[in-house]
Write a protein that binds this ligand. Structure first.
Ligand SMILES: *[C@@H]1O[C@H](CO)[C@@H](O)[C@H](O)[C@H]1NC(C)=O
Ligand SMILES: *[C@@H]1O[C@H](CO)[C@@H](O)[C@H](O)[C@H]1NC(C)=O
Length: 362
């Protein structure tokens, strides 16, 4: 090795150790038990993504993939032959791999904003995933550390509300009592209005301190609420019992109890998204298995010395944590969370073919 290349190498190494390492949603992987391991694991998931696309998504894949440098947004607009569904299926696998990466190398941050946003990717990209299968999601209310907003709890409620909208529209107990087309149409609109209101309640009430614009409110307005007569919903919300007769109060329908109307939302929170600390022991022990679809994923928590340092700065996993511990802000910062699913609600039903592809890929 020549002197100059040694010099370049050492410069690179020191630059690497000074600059925060950013991977996926993690602006700074140093909050992770094994930050190097996390980067490596994400690299591997990137490589799998490219081979998945090249091998499965037909039509000049390799060249177009290269010209876009692996950027999926670029590929969706520049490489029409690749097929959006196919690329989503490959990106779904990538996001699932990233879940494994975090559970293994960043087990001390499984309740973090970053982990929950990675789960959102899985929800957005994978066809009808079973959300009860995800490990560490949604974070429990009494978790020793987590994100300033329990994004997972909010997302789960939103998905249950969208499901309930369909259930409500098809509820024969209610429909059987209606004798005119007008009554049925009114009832259908009431189901939609209750869902719109319930979504807004969920955003404002699950994370009252967080700025709503960071919680994909705009996505919901643009993709759903703004397209479904929200300004006229006041009358429907007065006339119908959303929580009871229309079912939105049931726990498995999101458990909404307050239904805000246009102009009646509580004050906006002003807070950002940030992590409140770090776990000191792996939640599910050194090794655990979770299942995605029908495929078991075995995950081993990687322990390094770094954890000890991170742990002393924050909280113990068992209970009482000091104020200083909970207020430590790590990672995440001000970027926003969101579920593309909000904009794609009706598209779900067309994704059945992707299920087959995804399961074939595993
Ligand atoms: C509250 O947040 C929403 C969503 O970002 C925004 O449209 C609205 O203008 C905000 N309201 C106030 C009073 O700032
Ligand atoms: C169907 O409607 C009945 C009567 O209004 C209501 O009690 C029930 O909870 C609804 N079922 C579901 C699954 O929402």
């Amino acid at each position: 090795m020549s002197l100059t290349s040694k010099l370049v190498l050492s410069l690179l190494v020191s630059a690497g150790s000074l600059a925060a390492d950013s991977v996926g949603y993690f602006d700074d992987t140093s909050i992770c038990a094994d930050s190097k391991g996390l980067s490596k694991c994400y690299d591997k998931a990137d490589t799998s993504l490219s081979s998945c696309i090249n091998n499965n998504c037909a039509g000049g894949g390799a060249d177009c993939y290269k010209s876009c440098n692996g950027d999926t947004t670029c590929m969706q607009s520049q490489c029409p032959n690749l097929g959006t569904d196919c690329m989503n299926a490959c990106s779904c696998v990538q996001a699932v791999n990233q879940i494994d990466c975090i559970a293994s190398s960043c087990w001390n941050q499984v309740y973090s904003c970053e982990y929950q946003r990675t789960i959102e990717d899985v929800l957005n990209l994978c066809a009808l995933p079973d959300m009860d299968q995800f490990p560490f999601w949604p974070p429990p209310d009494d978790a020793a550390s987590g994100c300033s907003c329990n994004i997972g709890k909010m997302d789960k409620k939103e998905l249950l509300i969208v499901d309930q909208m369909t259930t409500c529209t098809n509820n024969m107990t209610n429909l059987d009592q209606m004798s005119s087309v007008d009554a049925v149409n009114d009832y259908g609109q009431a189901c939609i209005c209750c869902a719109e209101s319930a979504i807004l309640s969920t955003i404002w009430d699950t994370c009252p301190n967080t700025k709503p614009s960071l919680l994909d409110v705009d996505g919901w307005y643009n993709g759903f609420i703004g397209q479904n007569d929200w300004p006229t919903c006041g009358d429907y919300l007065d006339a119908y019992d959303c929580a009871g007769d229309l079912g939105f109060g049931a726990k498995d329908a999101g458990g909404t109890t307050t239904f805000y109307k246009l102009g009646g939302l509580p004050k906006n929170g002003t807070g950002t998204l940030y992590n409140t600390g770090s776990l000191t022991t792996p939640v599910s022990g050194a090794t655990f298995t979770w299942t995605f679809g029908t495929i078991p994923h075995v995950v081993t928590a990687v322990s390094t010395d770094h954890v000890v340092a991170a742990a002393t700065a924050t909280a113990t996993s068992t209970g009482t944590q000091s104020q200083t511990g909970t207020s430590t802000q790590t990672g995440a910062a001000s970027t926003q969370t969101g579920m593309a699913i909000a904009k794609d609600v009706p598209i779900w039903t067309t994704l059945a073919s992707v299920v087959l592809l995804v399961s074939a890929l595993f």
